[in-house]
Write a protein that binds this ligand. Structure first.
Ligand SMILES: [Zn+2]
Length: 444
């Protein structure tokens, strides 16, 4: 008799359906969801009316482009105008069972509400995603994300639904986390890439032999681009002797909306939950498949607060090429950066993730880095601080020159490079702050 854990897919019929079926399914969901938003959310009714659009006009997925874009400022503004959750909400409050909140860079938290059905749909999706990354009921999964009003917290229930033994660790000091991982012989954890790195380094410093004393096989990461930068992933994998799976979440929708399958070739997208557009930030026109652009999302099922054409600020690219795992959903080829993080140096767009890839690829560097941008005599100057690896015995000038050459060839930007001793830069314990923009009045 076959048992559940021998299955390759969580939901084979859905996950391997032909592309045409995905498109059909999404169109049906979109029509219904836009109708729900229009009928039940005062904001959407007014906004669609003002734009002269109506859900009944949607006959193809492209028709979504006729609807107005929204962004985080709209969410924040409407929440302040109609507290506590704003008038994008499309259900009576008695139907809301859960909220998460996210502050973003400006500090005013916005709440993301869920109905009971939204919540259980979400957790089922998390289980599907964990399954695609190879997590099985035999696993012991240690969830090392914050639970407090944080959208990543409940994702642990997806692992539990799948049948894995789930350890709700949360964000505890790293020594304590290592104790938990060792004591219960956890086989999988979820954290940020910089924290996975930091935790591994802490284990080494504490004299823990990661491969013989710990049992971690899989590390799920999210919250920073690192998990999709091959050089970063490979170095964390080497440190832990474990496979890294990059996940992407958006606090205003789900804890995780996309994740790597065991092929680790892009992040499979939750296409039955969220419609993706990738647009040129300037013109608003869609970019060609595979090109980088800003990701705009429309929820397809989440009824408590539908999001219609939400600008994420994330710069991404996608492919619809079939994956060798057999799943047919579109794959995100990584988040290349956030618009907020993008630096414009002498007119050239530079993402910290491009620089990270260089620092992580060359093993004469520790992989830690910091970027400082200044403006001298109206000219932008980028300085990259990197640490020389303890094993490097050559001279610093040669090392700096090598970094400058690589940077020039990858980004087209020239920079000053400062070589520091290992362990000089502060280690990130959560989301890494690696950019210091000292320019004044850059955008004015
Ligand atoms: Zn795949």
């Amino acid at each position: 008799m076959s048992t559940q854990h021998e299955r390759k897919y969580w939901d084979a019929a859905l996950e391997t359906q032909p592309r045409e079926k995905w498109e059909q399914q999404k169109l049906g969901l979109l029509q219904k969801h836009l109708r729900h938003a229009y009928d039940n959310s005062p904001y959407y009714r007014a906004s669609f009316d003002a734009a002269g659009v109506h859900p009944d006009q949607v006959r193809s997925l492209d028709d979504i482009r006729r609807f107005p874009l929204i962004d985080k400022q709209v969410l924040r503004g409407r929440q302040q105008a109609v507290p506590p959750f704003g008038d994008l909400v499309a259900v009576p409050e008695r139907d809301i069972v859960y909220i998460s909140a996210s502050s973003g860079s400006t500090g005013v938290p916005t709440a993301s509400p869920f109905t009971g059905q939204d919540f259980s749909d979400w957790i089922d999706y998390e289980a599907r995603q964990f399954w695609s990354s190879g997590l099985r009921p035999e696993d012991r999964y240690c969830h090392s994300l914050n639970f407090s009003l944080f959208i990543g917290g409940p994702c642990v229930l997806g692992a539990q639904k799948l049948g894995a033994l789930s350890i709700h660790a949360g964000t505890v000091p790293s020594e304590r986390l290592l104790t938990i991982i060792r004591q219960f012989q956890a086989t999988a954890i979820w954290t940020t890439p910089s924290y996975a790195w930091y935790l591994g380094e802490t284990a080494v410093k504490e004299g823990i032999d990661i491969r013989s004393e710990l049992n971690i096989k899989r590390i799920f990461v999210a919250g920073e681009p690192g998990g999709s930068i091959p050089e970063t992933r490979q170095r964390i994998e080497a440190l832990w002797g474990a496979a890294i799976y990059d996940y992407y979440g958006l606090s205003d929708i789900f804890g995780s909306c996309a994740g790597m399958c065991e092929e680790k070739d892009g992040l499979h997208w939750a296409e039955d939950h969220i419609l993706v557009e990738v647009i040129d930030q300037q013109t608003g026109e869609p970019v060609a498949e595979g090109e980088r652009g800003e990701m705009v999302l429309t929820t397809l099922k989440k009824s408590a607060r539908p999001l219609v054409r939400f600008r994420t600020g994330d710069i991404v690219s996608f492919t619809s090429e079939p994956c060798s795992c057999g799943r047919t959903s579109i794959r995100m080829l990584g988040v290349h950066g956030r618009l907020d993080d993008m630096l414009i140096i002498k007119g050239v767009n530079v993402f910290p993730s491009d620089i990270e890839a260089i620092a992580r690829k060359d093993h004469d560097f520790t992989g830690e880095y910091k970027l400082i941008v200044e403006r001298n005599n109206h000219l932008d100057q980028l300085t990259v601080e990197v640490e020389r690896a303890p094993t490097y015995s050559g001279n610093d000038d040669e090392l700096a020159a090598r970094f400058i050459r690589q940077l020039q060839s990858v980004t087209g930007v020239s920079a000053k490079v400062s070589i520091l001793a290992a362990d000089t830069l502060p280690r990130a314990t959560h989301k890494a702050k690696r950019v210091e923009d000292r320019r004044v009045g850059v955008w004015s």
